[in-house]
Design a protein around this ligand. Structure first.
Ligand code: SAM
Ligand code: SF4
Length: 332
């Protein structure tokens, strides 16, 4: 595994080195997943959204500071017009050795080849159930058939890595997790189960919907041997491995604080540099760029911003929850 932190000039007050940027290219989406968006969303007006040139500039500034992994996300990144060209340009930045996308998979059947050609190395594809009705219920508008075709197209392209992301919702899909794990094994790809995070409005019923990773892992282990492993892909997942080699990851923001080795920051599609998913410390890169800041000034602002990175987030099911943003706004 490449040491992502080796060249980073971004060090926070707790000695953590930031080498991974999650860059959101849109807040819009063709789905409306229950845990991520409300049914009726208001999206940002176009002038508040970073242009493709501004997005590239942000990527280049971070690359100049030693960031070596960029994950392009959203909203649904593949519905942003011009994203293929943006990816191609980011992929050419000399310091970027991992260019990843997180996608809902709806566009992949026709786009997987273009993404591979653009230099994308890894795909995370969201899939919470293999049941058609339930998929439609969770996503409100989606077609599972379309996503399954997209997953097949991605598998054919031979990306370095394809991983399914499954948000675990007790009311909706706990009993699907086993099927999802076997589906990943059958496709020869990885899977990560994510505890649902309370990123919506306070008072929403979804605040209490989450399943502890430990409980899920114990359940899956009753059916398939999961060997512990120290695989580190530079993200928050902790991995176990099946005998076939599929990595089964657990992302546990609720039950296990994963902040100790946090190496990442996010830039929203409005150009806000967010230092932590779990609080609102941010600086406004869009305002700086539109006020004529030089690349050097942007780099200095980003270095300074590292001082705002908190030691940890405080998602907590019983106490005050800090974050009230939608995941699609934050950039998942
Ligand atoms: N549209 C793309 C997709 O669905 O993969 C990328 C953006 S989405 C916001 C990124 C990831 O965040 C997805 O894997 C999604 O399942 C996850 N996500 C969204 N809301 C979440 C929540 N409340 N808790 C945990 N994960 C969430
Ligand atoms: Fe769209 Fe992804 Fe959010 Fe689902 S999780 S609504 S696909 S942005």
């Amino acid at each position: 595994m490449t040491d992502l932190t080796a060249n980073s000039r971004l060090i926070d007050p707790f000695g953590r080195s930031v080498s991974y940027l999650r860059l959101s290219v849109t807040d819009r989406c063709d789905l409306r997943c229950q845990y991520c968006m409300s049914e009726k969303m208001t999206f940002l007006p176009r002038d508040q959204v970073l242009s493709l040139e501004e997005l590239y500039r942000v990527a280049a500034v971070f690359e100049g500071l030693g960031v070596s992994k960029i994950r392009v996300t959203g909203g649904e990144p593949l519905i942003r017009k011009g994203v293929d060209g943006l990816l191609r340009d980011i992929g050419k930045l000399a310091g970027i050795n991992q260019l990843a996308i997180t996608t809902n998979g709806t566009q992949l059947a026709s786009r997987a080849l273009v993404l591979k050609q653009a230099g994308v190395t890894a795909l995370n594809i969201s899939l919470d159930t293999l049941d058609h009705d339930r998929f439609n219920q969770v996503t409100r508008v989606g077609s599972l058939t379309q996503v399954l075709k997209g997953i097949d197209a991605a598998c054919e392209q031979g990306f370095e890595r394809v991983r399914l992301n499954s948000v675990v919702m007790p009311d909706d899909n706990l009993d699907d997790c086993l099927d999802l794990m076997y589906f990943a094994i059958s496709k020869g790809i990885d899977i990560a189960f994510i505890e649902e995070m309370p990123l919506q409005q306070k008072g929403s019923k979804r605040q209490h919907d989450y399943v502890m990773s430990e409980r899920l892992r114990a359940y899956l282990s009753q059916h398939e041997e999961l060997r512990s492993s120290n695989i580190d892909t530079g993200g928050p997942a902790r991995y176990w491995q099946t005998s076939s080699g599929t990595r089964v990851g657990f992302i546990s923001p609720m039950s296990h604080n994963f902040c100790g080795d946090c190496n990442r920051v996010r830039v929203t599609v409005e150009g806000k540099l967010l230092l932590c998913l779990g609080n609102d410390n941010a600086i406004d890169l869009r305002a700086m760029m539109r006020d004529g800041a030089s690349d050097q000034q942007l780099r200095e602002a980003v270095i300074q911003a590292m001082q705002l990175k908190p030691e940890r987030h405080h998602f907590d099911i019983d106490n005050n929850i800090e974050v009230v943003r939608f995941m699609s706004e934050t950039g998942g």
